[in-house]
Design a protein around this ligand. Structure first.
Ligand SMILES: Nc1ncnc2c1ncn2[C@@H]1O[C@H](COP(=O)(O)OP(=O)(O)OP(=O)(O)O)[C@@H](O)[C@H]1O
Ligand SMILES: [Mg+2]
Length: 512
């Protein structure tokens, strides 16, 4: 049985491909069936062991001091071996532990009738479109270690677009004209908006924008802060473990809000012993959330503008299938309202907004569906260089996002220049966007740092301990940097002193 697994910040859902049908798994949690596993990890105060999913949700609600909600958000900025504060385990260990629990739950207490043998489970998985290469690596590695065979990893909005096409375009095989859909995915932890082209059975993610830390968790915090202020409390005054429990309480209150709700009662005492129950005006909570919602809408508008630049008319209903709303947080009343005010008739709400990604992944995992998925790079990659005298570091964007790799072979980018320093100290990084003056913006992740001897006198020396000095004597030398981006995403650079005839090649990493 092939699975689609949407490893979410708040909810992890699993869909299975069963003879052309795509069914969501439910999990038996002490006699109650749940359609997801919560993204929670806690240290059980009794046993001292880490627990995950529903067991962790109970430990957290009971005030376990070492507990973490939104594991995916907590690890999103970390490297695999970085310790997650408070839990004494690395990001990779925690993610692997969570996925081992998922695997055990699938075999032992899910509605999927998996064969008793406990070999690797075959799954299609996804990451937010704006995820860094490091987060992609960590996710893939954790799935491997937890006993899954990963059939492929795509961007979450691409999976949602596949679900859209499956539901709305009446079968994927028809020869219909090429169409586009823009996905707006507001989950628990992340926001992504992406344009995907649908051409028969072939899907191509062509452009995306996103914010690594924007989602329902931030609305929970807004509601909690309003409630704490009303009760005369501050976050700083909460006991360890109490914050996570209070955030879960805020989430439950938030999920109960309807467009007509004017006031909401938050019984803080249920998470914070001795704290009062308070009543909040929803208008105050929504006002705290408005700037966040606005940021997501601004990015979506930027994406539409980029579609127009490519000659795609977002106002033409035959070209654009709509703005497809997925992710649980699109049900939050001020989000739905702001989207309706801005995009009106373009909106298409997914039938099950929080399940679209998992179902799309199951379709993609199904060989019978015969899909072809191609995705553009979703992040910028570039290098910080020394500026001219007195100037700050200068950012040089080597590979822009939306670059489509593919079967055509490697993409090559070359820079030729005359050095002004003795050593080339190059610091590589990736980021989600470029701000004013082409500076890297949003969700920066550092890559390798390398040092290359521009000055032939330094050949063979350990450059790490040497200062980078300005030198006009080298102005006659010619340096060439040649970057190659392989179809699989590997980026390498060869740096050569063309004048003197020496060169070095560095493997920099994988850009996906
Ligand atoms: N009825 C509702 N009203 C408001 N918010 C809701 C509602 N239902 C779910 N949510 C919120 O949606 C978010 C979860 O959405 P979803 O399951 O799509 O996210 P996820 O996949 O876990 O996270 P991500 O995609 O960011 O990793 C949570 O913040 C949850 O509180
Ligand atoms: Mg999601």
């Amino acid at each position: 049985m092939r699975l689609g697994i949407d490893l979410g910040t708040t909810r992890t859902l699993v869909a299975a491909a069963l003879d052309g049908r795509y069914a969501l798994a439910s999990f038996d949690d002490q006699g109650e069936f749940k359609d997801h596993l919560p993204g929670i990890v806690a240290r059980d105060p009794a046993s001292g062991e880490l627990c995950h999913g529903w067991a962790a949700a109970r430990a957290l609600a009971a005030g376990a001091p070492d507990s973490l909600r939104s594991l995916k958000r907590a690890i999103s900025g970390l490297g695999p071996d970085d310790l997650v504060p408070g839990l004494g385990a690395s990001a990779l260990e925690l993610y692997t532990g969570f996925l081992r629990q998922l695997r055990a739950d699938l075999f032992e207490r899910s509605t999927l009738e998996l064969p008793a043998d406990d070999g690797p489970l075959e799954a299609m998985i996804a990451v937010p479109a704006n995820a860094s290469s490091r987060q992609r690596y960590l996710t893939l590695e954790a799935f491997h270690r937890a006993g899954f065979r990963v059939l492929g990893m795509v961007n979450e909005p691409t999976a949602a677009a596949i679900e859209f096409a499956h539901n709305h375009l009446g079968g994927l095989g028809k020869r219909s004209p090429k169409r586009y859909v823009v996905v707006y995915d507001l989950g628990g932890g992340t926001f992504d908006t992406s344009a995907v082209s649908l051409d028969g059975r072939s899907f191509e993610l062509i452009a995306s924008e996103g914010i690594g830390r924007l989602g329902g968790d931030d609305f929970d915090d807004a509601l909690l802060d309003a409630a704490l202020a009303e009760a005369g409390l501050t976050r700083a005054s909460l006991a360890p473990g109490a914050l996570a429990a209070a955030q879960e309480l805020a989430r439950a209150a938030k999920e109960g809000l309807r467009p007509t709700t004017r006031r909401v009662l938050v019984d803080l005492g249920a998470a914070l012993p001795g704290a009062p129950a308070v009543t909040l005006a929803t208008a105050d909570v929504y006002a705290r959330c408005a700037p966040l919602i606005e940021r997501s809408i601004t990015l979506t508008e930027q994406l539409f503008a980029r579609l127009a630049e490519r000659g795609i008319d977002p106002e033409d209903g035959r070209q654009l299938g709509g703005l497809y709303l997925v992710g649980g947080a699109v049900a939050f009343p001020p989000v739905a309202q702001a989207l309706r005010a801005r995009f009106g008739r373009k909106l298409q709400l997914a039938p099950q907004p929080h399940a679209a990604t998992a179902v799309g992944l199951a379709v993609a995992a199904d060989p019978a569906a015969g899909l072809l998925v191609r995705e553009a790079v979703t992040r910028h990659f570039g290098v910080w260089r020394e500026g001219d005298a007195g100037r700050d570091k200068v950012f040089d964007a080597i590979l822009g996002k939306d670059t489509l790799g593919g079967a055509a072979g490697p993409i090559t980018v070359r820079r030729v220049y005359h050095p002004e320093h003795t050593i080339g100290h190059l610091r590589f990084l990736e980021c989600g966007g470029l701000g004013a003056g082409g500076q890297p913006a949003r969700d920066l992740t550092p890559w390798a740092e390398i040092r290359f001897p521009y000055d032939p006198a330094l050949l063979g020396r350990d450059l790490g301990g040497l200062p980078v000095e300005r030198s006009s004597a080298l102005a006659g030398e010619e340096i060439a940097e040649t970057y190659t981006y392989q179809p699989g995403g590997m980026v390498a650079v060869e740096i050569a002193n063309l004048t003197r005839g020496y060169a070095r090649t560095y493997q920099l990493g994988q850009l996906t």
